[in-house]
Write a protein that binds this ligand. Structure first.
Ligand code: SAM
Length: 439
């Protein structure tokens, strides 16, 4: 069969369906991935095009079976045993001692978005190998929207090469088999109940209240409104003083009132009732020439520019962003961040430490005003040219610019949205002149 192509209209329909069904947001750049993943579904039905496939989803799938298959194809299921090992240490060293101190001998954990099962089995091994938990009532719920990965999880059979991350004593104790595959022991299976649960559907078919919910590397594919709703629902499902474990590039900083950071990507349930749904509180920070500021928590960074340049960088996936403010494209001095290259490098490395990835960054360039036109120097132009050249060389797209002119500018850059507002200092400029107000 000829290579299938996916027209704008069908791509948009598939993205919308996936968002509405599973909460998963697929960016416009992922068209090739969608074609690669769904081509076999088109062929499965002997269809000639994605157009026919979309018509089938619309008109000939009343029970939603094909919709379920489509979701199965488009989920990202990467996982491994003892992924982010500090979470399992936290369980042993903090959660269990706290439960014991409260006189409890009962433990309930939910692995929400468990993929092929490595996460719940790692939890089960951690608990089963702790002699101090003998006699405790322990249950783990493991769920996923993807029926294929859930079946693999339930089967509990893995290639021997996939369990190399499991410490040797646990491999011996909890896996059987000698061929190419290994099976998890019946003791571990007995601790886990597997269920098909779509996290964005309401209500969940669950009565239990959990001491810990592991929802790691799942919400990274959701937009912030969907994340917000989900975390508030998790809050209700967690027992008092219980914990939520998030993935390495997920954070809940805007929910501080109900989830208190308690370790690396671990949050402790707080408060009696969830805070009313609200937009995250935004911190205000002001920077000056030679400063660089990047943040994970919602922050509005403001600065005042003459011939200087400020570059705002934003990673839409992890929602971290930051701003620099440099005075001269190139040169040397006691504060190297006054110079373009150092200011850019510092900003990028701060963002990467906060979970951003250079290949996702988007830039906004502001400043470079010819505010001292009578002095006839071209610092402003050199600064603008430097910022454009530097970003092009790093492969970072420029989403918006507001450069040049003869007025100084004040700007405010939001780290969690990448929005940037710019005003001429003499008189405010109207909305349509916002640099990259890209909504
Ligand atoms: C990248 S895996 C993460 C697996 C595991 N938690 C880990 O961190 O290793 C994400 C999983 O979330 C599941 N998922 C995505 N959207 C979901 C939804 N709406 N409801 C339930 N599971 C979902 C996917 O099917 C996938 O198996």
């Amino acid at each position: 069969m000829n290579e299938l192509s996916l027209a704008d209209e069908e791509f948009a329909a598939i993205r919308e369906l996936l968002k509405a069904t599973a909460g998963i947001h697929i960016s416009a750049e992922k068209r090739t991935l969608v074609v690669a993943r769904l081509a076999r579904r088109v062929r499965h039905y002997g269809l000639a095009s994605f157009r026919e496939y979309c018509a089938l989803l619309r008109e000939r799938d009343p029970g939603g079976e094909e919709l379920g298959e489509m979701v199965n194809c488009l989920t990202t299921n990467k996982t491994e045993f003892f992924r982010e090992p500090h979470h399992f240490d936290f369980l042993r060293q903090r959660l269990i001692p706290e439960l014991r101190a409260r006189g409890s001998r009962r433990l309930r954990i939910w692995s929400a978005g468990c993929s092929t099962g490595q996460e719940p089995y790692s939890l089960a091994m951690t608990l089963a190998s702790d002699p101090s938990l003998t006699g405790w009532d322990i249950r783990i719920l493991a769920s996923d929207i993807d029926t294929h990965v859930l079946a693999t999880a339930e089967a509990g059979r893995y290639p021997a090469t996939a369990i190399t991350d499991v410490p040797e004593p646990m491999r011996r104790e909890y896996f059987t088999g000698a061929g190419p595959d290994r099976e998890v022991s019946s003791r571990l299976r007995a601790m886990i109940q597997f269920r098909h649960i779509n996290l964005i559907e309401e209500p969940w078919p669950i009565n239990a209240s959990f001491d810990a919910i592991f929802c790691r590397n799942v919400t990274i594919y959701f937009d912030q409104a969907t994340q917000d709703r989900l975390y508030r629902r998790f809050w209700k499902q967690i027992a008092p003083a219980g914990y939520l474990f998030a993935g390495h590039s997920e954070n809940l900083f805007w929910l501080r009132e109900i989830f208190v950071p308690s370790g690396t990507t671990v949050y402790r349930k707080a408060g009696d009732r969830p805070a009313p749904a609200s937009t995250p509180k935004t911190r205000e920070v002001s920077i000056m020439e030679g400063d660089v500021h990047a943040a994970r928590e919602p922050t509005a960074i403001s600065t005042l520019l003459g011939s200087c340049i400020a570059v705002g960088l934003f990673d839409p996936e992890t929602k971290v962003g930051g701003l620099n403010h440099f005075a001269i494209a190139e040169g040397q001095g006691s504060n190297p961040q006054r110079f373009g290259a150092q200011a850019m490098e510092t900003l990028i490395s701060q963002l990467c430490r906060l979970g951003a990835s250079v290949d996702r960054l988007q830039a906004k360039i502001i400043g470079g005003g010819n505010v001292q036109a009578h002095l006839r120097n071209d610092v402003a132009e050199q600064n603008i040219a430097f910022a454009r050249r530097y970003l092009a060389e790093r492969g970072i797209p420029v989403a918006a610019e507001r450069v040049g002119g003869e007025a100084a500018m004040r700007l405010s850059f939001e780290t969690h949205t990448g929005r940037c507002r710019v005003w001429a200092v003499t008189a405010p400029i109207d909305d349509s002149a916002h640099a990259g107000d890209d909504r």
